[in-house]
Design a protein around this ligand. Structure first.
Ligand code: UT7
Length: 344
């Protein structure tokens, strides 16, 4: 009986034990954008909340940033790459259709005892990937998983379209996920996908339905197509709805929550989600002003920036919304403290 209770108490959970990140040096600010299309710093700041975005530039793909972010994670955690048994890369802008970013990252960093694959869930990539990794850790089969999110959104952004070009930026972040029997780690998740967003948010060509042709290139069909208002409405209602749902499901009040970590697509969406959860701005992690929307990378980049402010045991609610539509929320208890501050 005592043994059975002890075993039950020691249920394996998945905890984030480190985070690395990378953003390219080059910056595109609102002033420069205003010279490219008919827009202004005032419009972008008031309607979206973005000041600058990092831009990778030509001749490098998202795998490059993924390698940099994982290298940062390895350096910070002293991780032995031989111990990694799984690497998942969340991206909708992989360097190639194949081979996967995961295989390129493993190859570049000498991760030789793992398998891996890419996970394409647009802006919901990190939370979908975190749930997948948590389930794999909880199974007992995997001990060290790297979840890396890397997006070169500028590669699919049309810099002649003022409706979309202020929104996106490039970046990557990676987390180390390990088993724990402590009272920390991934607690719960609510994840959804409905397929109803295809008309509102998609990339017309480049997939197997419309492979690249002179016509698709001429028609600029390899860039993000977005009907902003329709996406905005669903993002507010579904991100806020699912964040509230996970609070209610886990009997949490706003006082219990240390941090909301929302996908960084629009400051007005972030504020609406925080409001629905009755959370003050001080409890909301925001870095959209510096990076713009980095799709799957936005939540882990936020954790990377604010790592020094997170305390062991802090309750975090992550929430995202993106193409598909796809959306969801993950509840987690932060697993460690760090002494030094990185930059924010
Ligand atoms: O991460 C994936 C999910 N994506 C999102 O969550 C994005 C959700 N959508 C949004 O964030 C917002 O809809 C946008 C930021 C994309 C657009 O903001 P909005 O407040 O919905 O603007 P709008 O599209 O309704 O456009 C309002 C006006 C229009 O002019 P008129 O027709 O009223 O004369 C646009 O032409 O603003 C104009 N406009 C601009 N003006 C200056 C659109 N883009 C710009 C611009 N600069 N860059």
């Amino acid at each position: 009986m005592f043994l059975a209770q002890n075993i039950m108490k020691k249920k394996i959970k998945a905890v984030i034990n480190g985070i690395g990140g990378y953003v390219p040096e080059a910056i595109l600010d609102n002033e420069e954008l205003s010279r490219m299309v008919d827009t202004s710093d005032e419009w972008i700041m008031s309607r979206i909340g973005i000041k600058t975005r990092h831009v990778l530039g030509e001749r490098r793909g998202s795998a490059y940033m993924g390698i940099k972010a994982v290298q940062d994670l390895i350096d910070k955690t002293s991780l032995d790459t031989k111990d990694v048994d799984l690497l998942i890369c969340c991206t909708t802008t992989p360097s190639f259709v194949f081979p996967s970013n995961a295989s390129l990252i493993c190859g570049a960093l000498g991760i030789t005892s793992a398998y891996g694959y890419d996970l394409a869930a647009a802006c919901s990539g990190f939370i979908f990937g975190l749930d997948t990794c948590a389930t794999m850790i909880e199974s007992g089969k995997y001990k060290k998983i790297i979840l890396v999110c890397s997006e070169k959104m500028t590669a699919i952004t049309n810099y002649e379209d003022r409706n979309t070009c202020p929104l996106f930026g490039d970046g990557a972040a990676a987390v180390l996920i390990e088993p724990t029997t402590e009272d920390v780690g991934v607690v719960d998740s609510i994840l959804r996908i409905d397929g109803l967003g295809k008309e509102n948010l998609h990339l017309k060509a480049g997939g197997s339905l419309h492979p690249a042709s002179i016509e698709t290139v001429t028609n600029k069909e390899h860039y993000i197509y977005q009907e902003g208002q329709a996406v905005f409405k669903r993002a507010v209602s579904d991100m806020a709805g699912v964040a509230e749902e996970i609070m209610i499901k886990n009997a949490l009040t706003s006082d219990d929550i240390a941090w909301l970590v929302p996908h960084q697509a629009n400051i007005r969406i972030i504020e609406a989600v925080a409001k629905r959860m009755s959370l003050p701005r001080e409890k909301t992690l925001i870095n959209i002003e510096h990076y713009g929307n980095t799709s799957a990378a936005s939540i882990p980049l936020c954790l990377w920036d604010y790592e020094s402010r997170l305390r062991k045991g802090d309750i975090l609610v992550l929430a995202a919304f993106g193409a598909g539509f796809s959306w969801g929320s993950v509840l987690l208890k932060w697993g460690y403290d760090i002494e030094h501050s990185k930059k924010m």
